[in-house]
Design a protein around this ligand. Structure first.
Ligand code: FES
Length: 109
């Protein structure tokens, strides 16, 4: 795996509070807009492996649509017993309004 950044989505297509799953190198990555800051996490809840896409983001926490466990999109850390396994998080950068993600060396939770 290389450390290059891959295009994910345009900032303009991801308003505050929104999230969108994109596929990069065969992995489903969830791009999140938390108060106009962008973060990338795995699009699989660590509770029962359900997609996180579409979960509500509030105060930097995304709620899993299935059972509601909340994860911090900045660190991947979950809340409560069902969220004890953190999400992987990924390096993200914005270049000319385009969000790019690197899959190498996920940011430690
Ligand atoms: S699968 Fe996400 S909270 Fe249960």
């Amino acid at each position: 795996m290389s450390n290059e950044f891959h295009y994910a989505i345009d900032c303009a297509d991801l308003p505050a509070g929104a999230n969108k799953a994109v596929e990069i190198d065969g992995q489903s990555i969830l791009i999140c807009n938390a108060n106009n800051e962008f973060f990338a996490v795995q699009n699989r809840c660590t509770h029962q492996n359900s997609p996180l896409e579409g979960g509500r983001i509030r105060n930097g926490l995304i709620s899993c649509p299935l059972h509601g466990v909340m994860f911090d999109v900045r660190t991947g850390c979950g809340r409560g017993q069902m969220g004890r396994v953190p999400l992987k998080t990924y390096a993200l950068r914005v270049v000319d309004g385009r969000i790019e993600v690197s899959l190498e060396a996920p940011v430690a939770a």
